[in-house]
Every structure is written in C-alpha cells, then in structure tokens.
Design a protein around this ligand. Structure first.
Ligand code: MCN
Ligand code: CUM
Length: 782
C-alpha cells in the first residue's frame, strides 16, 4: 500500500481556507452587493434621549430631487410595522411614533436614488420635540415619581422590567449567619460596545411578482432572523430568504434585529425596488446592541478560609427596550454561572431590570448571555476576600476550587458543569509566569518605591446553548443542523446553520469532516449563511458553533460513514463486520492490502451500490446537546503603575485556556488573542458613557477607545485539555473565553499593586485618571 498523506483533521493548525479570498480583497460583504434599480436608505435619528414627538413634516425632504419616499412611524403603523417584538418578549419601536426614548433612536427614513441624496434629505425633515427628563441610570429609573419611559405599554406604570432569582435564599442566609467573615464588593460593569470593523446593514429585495423577499443582511443568526421576520411582517417563511454574506466581525453586535433591516424590507415591499441600508459608525455606536451595564453587589460568606455562601444583588440597565437575546428560561441570561470555579455550597442571586433612556441591548459583545458580568464579579470578590483574610489570592482560589473528582458538578444555582481541572490550568499559568518570583520582585520593587501588581482570574464559562428542554430563544429550541453531501469524486459540501463572522468555520468544520471521513480539509467546502441553502438552526453566538454545530458535523459524518461501510463491504466483497476504519479508510481485518477510501466509496455510491440500497452519499443531522460545555482557564497579569501619572502598563499576560479538544490549535489561539485584546480594552479604555441629558459620549472612535496594536499587550499562551465528556469530539467552545475571563485579571492586577495601601476596588475602565485618584487617596502618588 502506498504511503498515504496524513489527514489534516482535528488537532492540526491548518491555515484558514477562507483567508485566500479575504486577504486578496475577494470577499463579498453586503455592501459589495449592488442590485439593478437599488435605492438607498438613511435614518433621521433623535437628538434627544427622551422627548415627545409633536409633529413630523416630511414635505421639504420629499421635494428633493432623487428622493423616492420618506418613511415615518405613522406610515409603518398603517402596515402594523411601527413596533416589533424583541428576542426577550418586549416590543421595540421600529420608527418612533409617540416619543423618542434614547438619543440616536430612528425617527424617520429617507429612501433615495443615492446615499448622498438620502443623507442630505434627512436634514430637511422637520420634527418638533417636547423634551422630557432623560433617565440615564437604573437607580433613577426606579425612584418613585420617575417619568415612565414605556408609557405606551399597557399595564406599565413604572420603569421596572423584571425581577429574577436563582439559588436558594434560606440555605444562603444560613451560611451567612454561620460565617466567621463576610466580604462585600460593590462594582459596576460599564456599558461597552462590540464595534466590529464592519457596521450593520442590509440589501432588501422584495420581488413583487414572486412575492419573495431576499435580504442580504449582517446576521449572526440568519435562520432565527428569518423566522422572526415571518412573524413580524406576516410574510410566509418560505418566501423569505436571508443571506448573511461575509461578515467583517460580529462579536454579538449582529445578533439582534435592528430597525434598519425592517424599514429597508418594508420600503422594498412598498416601492418595489431593492433598498440598501448601510449603518455608519456613529449609528452603530449609539443605537445597536451594546453590552453589560450591570450594577452588582456581591457578598461572600467565609468560614475557616472556605467560601460557604454567595449572595448577589444586581441591577441591570436595559435601555429603552428590553431586547437581550437570551434563553427564555434563564431570565438574566446565564448570570447564575456566578459561583465560577468554586465549590460554593449555597448561593442566592437576585436581579432587577430597569428601562432607561439609552439604546437597547444588554448582552452582546463576546459573552454568553451575562456570563462576563458573573465571571467578573466572582473573580473580583475572590481576590477581595483573600486580602481581607490575609491569604494569597492564588492560595485562596486553590482552597476553594471545585476538585476534578467532583465533576460532573452541580452548582448551587443549578448548572451541571461537565468537566474541569481548575488547579491544573492555574498551576501551568503560574509556572509560566514564575509567580513566586514575581511576588518577590513585587516586594523588592515596593521597597524601592515602585508599584507592581499581579492579578489572576480563574474563570469558568458556560457555552454551547443548549439542550432543547431547557434552552430556547423566543420559543425556538437551540438545536443546530449540519447537512453533508459527498460528490462522486469524493469532494464534499457541508452546509451549516451557524454563521462565521471571522472565526474560521470554513476551515475548522472542514477539519471535522476530514477527521471523520479521511478527506483533506481542502476537499470540503463549508457553506453558511443562506437560509435557502442551509439547515435550520439558531446561529453563531455564545461560542455555540463548536459545541452544537461541531457536534452535528461529527454526527452527520459518522452517519455517512456508516452507510459508506456497507458500500465498502460490497466493493471489497467482505462482510461489513470485517471492516475496520483505520487511517481514514476501510480496511479488511487481517488483510491490510484490501481497503477503500471514502472517495472510492463515494464514486460507487453513484455508480455501483449494493442491491436494494438507495444511491447517493449524503445526510443531515440536527444536534440537541445533552448539556452545555464549560471551558475554563487561568489568566495571570503583571502590571506596573507610574506613581507620577497613574498610567499602568501590562508587563506580562499569561493565558492558559482549556476548551477541551482543540479542532484547530492555531485558530483557537487566534480566538484567545483577540478575546484578550477585547478583555484588556474593556478593563482599560472602552466605555459608552452618557451625560445627564442622555447624550451618548462614545459615539465615535475618538471618544470610544478601541485598542490599536500600540496599546495591546503581548500575550503568552498555554493550554490544558480536559475533554467535554458529552461532546462527540470532546470539544468545548472558546470564542468568548478570553473576553469573559480577562477583564478581572487586568483589574485584579492594578488593584493588587495598591492593595497593601488598602485599595480594594477600581471601576472599569481603569483609566489612569482613576488610578491617579486612588494613588492620591492612598498616599502613594509621587
Ligand atoms: N475551535 C476549535 N476548537 C475548540 C473550540 C473552537 O478549533 N475546542 C474553533 C472553532 O471551530 C471556530 C473557532 O474556534 O473556528 C470559534 O469557535 P467557537 O468557540 O465554537 O465559537 P463560535 O464559532 O460560535 O464563535 C462565536 C464567538 C462569539 S460568541 C463571539 S461574540 C466572537 C467570537 O466567537 N465574535 C468574533 N470570536 C470572533 N472572532 C472573530 N474573528 N470575529 C468575531 O466577530
Ligand atoms: Cu454575546 S457576543 Mo457572541 O455571543 O455573538
């Protein structure tokens, strides 16, 4: 037998197949799409955060040469489209009718022959506003007598949205009553924004003759969006085709449905021509899915150095419309992962949500439904507790970790962690860092008047939503499909319900097929994003593609291999049971010279199948994950603080991640580096802030600071591998781990530099100004 080429399946750092077109400028983004007769949409946005609309006069705008229509909320209302449902069961204005509820809200839209004409005409729409008090904090929102933001909602007499709780109050109260120490932390996870390179947008093309709506749109979840379109617009689902083309990043920003998609589609339907909407950067930063904005109060009960209880109270600022994309049965998302990596016997979490005069959203930006806030809180709390009882934060963590033999581990808030070895990941990170030595150096530096801080975070994530019985979004079960077809010459096409925004799916999912069927990744074309062409599923977010669609891909491949085995037996004139799958081919047991590859079998599947067998070699598999996957890791950061300015610099950043089996180690490392960059950015510089009138401060990249290569620290990566016991490949998701886990490590490091002087907390973003104030207060400023 000739030496066979090694199959570059799972575990190989295959170069990204999609990059050939991206680096040559040959990708197709929605804005590359131009259709005959296409019109352009531009929004008029509210200058006020809260105001009653008393009149809208569109006459001057309509008179502009090249303007085809001006769409107002009133016009949409005539078609029952002025409001749309959100992913969390609330409603959201498509175009404002009665009031504007946040600065930047869409008030009217101009549809014109060119984008320039549309933009000019927007200036000519005359709107009279009667300004109202802008509510910019949830605390103010919930005060008695605060103006009601959602006064259009029946039965809504205040700004309260929800109360939700998890865990057990009684056992938690008992743990606190019996504690020998209680440690508290009040902190705020500020509002930030995913800010992908490509903003949102769409080209909507409704064909009046066929009734088919084809919408090219920036969507991380094309199938879910199509279903919601069908429900909102009343269009039959098979007459809607959503195509999510190449995306220039998503990071959660492209999960929600935005007014732009709806207005463009409605306009195309009414006018009978294609309509393109391209969001600009300011529009993106002030109106689309932001992240976080969680006010958190946490308490740990301690007894003999062990954590015996956790109590958390949170207040969430949801903006003007409650539009979090989250599983319906987890009312504040997955915040109940808040017990983190620790064996905490009792926990009780309560959260309250409030409307404010800010853009809606709440979870997007590389986090699984609030995991980021939960992880941040517990990792900050644990460090605080260690200081308070005078134990090294690393020691304290080790004493409280869930131990490897405790898995599967049922947490106090009801999750079953699949697998983990937290101490192993931490030990590796500390070894890479040279922790003991760093601590010594810190002491010595301090003696010389220099401030060094060492921060650690040992995060646990929960990704891969999720088993159908417990996880659904707007009622849709969170299962995903994979469809695989092997052509006669042994080349394959894999169609998936998820949608890459830069994660490299065309490579990694091809590697899974390669692994299972003995093909090379280049032999497998991965297709995503077109609802007419791919199986149903809920899309890419919450690092769920590998846990759910990755599993579906492995399972459909195995299904095809089972049929292939029958064909191979026929070709080899052997019994099916005498064949072994070895080195990517079927081999007759005891006669290794007799073998068939999948390519051999594929040809036979169309030319020479056994008597009575259906021809072809293809299959589909819908995967319902039995549980979530729980990736984890330890991030260890060393910072130096300049006592003269408060400027802090990252000297070391060691990141050890465990996402189970890695399909493509290079892509995983890329994901982690990108995630660490975003985690650092959130900790250090990114902030969507508002002034007292509700004006968004952070509406462009001069005010909203995203890191460049200049600011970004150097990362040192490491890995441990603890497979997921329930995933067919042992893989866990990893796309968000570093963004979830790292902010606490950076903040812990800065606080650690000042902890000897009694500093316990600094709020993100930890700007040099805040550090300078803390230095002065602690008497450490130079
Ligand atoms: N992978 C792997 N082995 C594993 C886990 C993952 O090889 N054990 C690979 C996957 O096959 C995939 C990539 O790593 O190619 C990420 O996989 P996964 O963790 O399953 O996450 P998703 O593909 O579902 O991506 C979503 C995640 C989220 S929620 C955000 S937000 C985010 C992120 O990915 N947005 C991104 N990473 C991003 N990366 C880029 N470049 N652009 C974005 O918008
Ligand atoms: Cu919450 S950002 Mo990602 O889950 O698309």
């Amino acid at each position: 037998m000739a030496a066979t080429e090694e199959i570059r399946g799972v575990g190989h750092s295959v170069k990204r197949l999609e990059d050939a077109r991206f680096i040559r400028g040959k990708g197709t983004y929605f804005d590359d799409i131009t259709l005959p007769g296409m019109l352009h949409l531009e929004f008029m946005r509210s200058p006020f955060a809260h105001a009653r609309i008393t009149s809208i006069d569109t006459a001057r705008a309509e008179a502009v040469d090249g303007v085809v229509a001006v769409v107002t909320g009133e016009l949409l209302a005539q078609h029952n489209l002025a409001w749309m449902p959100t992913l969390s069961g609330d409603t959201q204005a498509v175009l404002a009718t009665d009031k504007v509820r946040f600065q930047g809200q869409e008030v009217a839209a101009v549809i014109a022959e060119s984008a320039y004409i549309a933009k000019d005409a927007v200036e000519l729409i005359d709107v009279d506003y009667e300004p109202l008090e802008a509510i910019t904090t949830p605390q103010r929102a919930l005060e008695d007598g605060a103006p009601v933001i959602r006064d259009e909602k029946e039965g809504q007499a205040d700004n309260h949205i929800y109360d939700w709780e998890a865990g057990d109050k009684e056992t938690t109260d008992k743990a606190f009553a019996e504690a020998d120490k209680v440690v508290e932390l009040d902190t705020f996870y500020p509002r930030c924004h995913p800010a992908p390179l490509e903003c949102c947008g769409c080209v909507a093309d409704v064909n009046a003759a066929t009734g088919k709506a084809t919408i090219y749109m920036t969507s991380q979840a094309p199938h879910a969006h199509r279903t919601l379109f069908a429900l909102v617009a009343g269009l039959p689902e098979h007459k809607i085709r959503i195509i999510s083309p190449d995306l220039g990043g998503g990071f959660g920003n492209k999960v929600p449905i935005y007014p732009g998609y709806v207005v463009a589609t409605a306009a195309s339907l009414l006018i009978g021509r294609p309509v393109k909407w391209v969001e600009d950067r300011t529009g993106n930063l002030i109106s689309t899915g932001f992240a976080r904005d969680y006010h958190m109060h946490g308490e740990l009960a301690l007894k003999d150095g062990r954590i015996t209880g956790l109590r958390v109270k949170m207040l969430s600022d949801n903006g003007a419309f409650f539009s979090d994309a989250q599983p319906t049965k987890c009312k504040a998302g997955l915040f109940h992962i808040v017990t983190g990596s620790y064996d905490i016997p009792a926990a009780h979490v309560v959260t309250e949500g409030a409307y404010t005069n800010k853009a809606p959203g709440g979870v997007a930006y590389r986090c699984s439904f609030r995991v980021t806030e939960a992880s941040y809180l517990i990792e900050r709390l644990v460090q605080t507790a260690a200081y308070e009882i005078g134990v090294d934060p690393v020691e304290f963590r080790k004493q409280n970790f869930i131990r490897p033999e405790q898995f599967p581990y049922k947490s106090a808030t009801g999750f079953t962690y699949d697998s983990g070895d937290y101490a192993a990941a931490m030990d590796l990170a500390l070894e890479k860092l040279g922790y003991e030595e760093m601590r010594r150096e810190q002491e010595e530096a301090r003696a010389e008047g220099k401030l060094i801080g060492i921060g650690v975070a040992s995060f646990t994530e929960v990704v891969g939503a999720g088993h159908g019985a417990d996880y659904d979004i707007a009622g849709l079960r969170m299962n995903d499909g994979a469809e695989l077809r092997i052509h006669p010459t042994g080349k394959a096409v894999l169609k998936l319900s998820v949608k890459s925004q830069g994660q490299g799916h065309e490579t990694t999912f091809a590697q899974i097929v390669a692994e299972e069927l003995g093909l090379q990744p280049e032999d497998v074309e991965v297709q995503e994003g077109d609802t007419d062409n791919t199986p149903y599923g809920l899309g890419t977010y919450a690092s769920r593609s590998t846990p759910v669609s990755g599993a579906a891909t492995a399972m459909v491949s195995r299904r095809i291999r089972a049929k292939a085995q029958k064909i191979a037996a026929h070709l080899l004139e052997a019994s099916e049971d005498d064949l072994e799958w070895e080195g990517g081919r079927f081999v007759v047991r005891g006669a290794p010279e007799k073998s068939k590859t999948i390519a051999d079998v594929a040809f036979a599947a169309y030319t020479n199948v056994p008597e009575g067998m259906e021809g072809g070699l293809e299959g589909v598999y819908y995967y319902d994950p039995p549980n979530m996957t729980y990736p984890f890791g330890t991030y260890a950061v060393v910072v130096e603080i300049d006592r003269g300015t408060g400027v802090w610099k990252v000297r070391r950043c060691v990141a050890v991640d465990d996402c189970g089996v890695r399909i493509n180690p290079m892509i995983v490392e890329g994901q982690i580096m990108g995630g660490l960059t975003e985690g650092f950015a959130i900790a250090a510089m990114e902030l969507i802030d508002f002034d007292e009138d509700g004006n968004c401060i952070g509406a462009n990249f001069v005010d909203y600071l995203i890191p460049t290569a200049w600011e970004t620290p150097k990362f040192e990566l490491g890995e441990t591998v603890t497979p997921s016991p329930h995933h067919p490949l042992g893989a866990k998701g990893v796309g968000e781990s570093a963004t979830v886990g790292s902010p606490a490590a950076f903040v812990n490091a800065v606080v650690d530099a000042l902890a000897h002087a009694g500093v316990r907390n600094l709020e993100m973003p930890v700007t040099s100004g805040k550090v300078w104030a803390a230095l002065q207060e602690a008497g450490l400023a130079e």
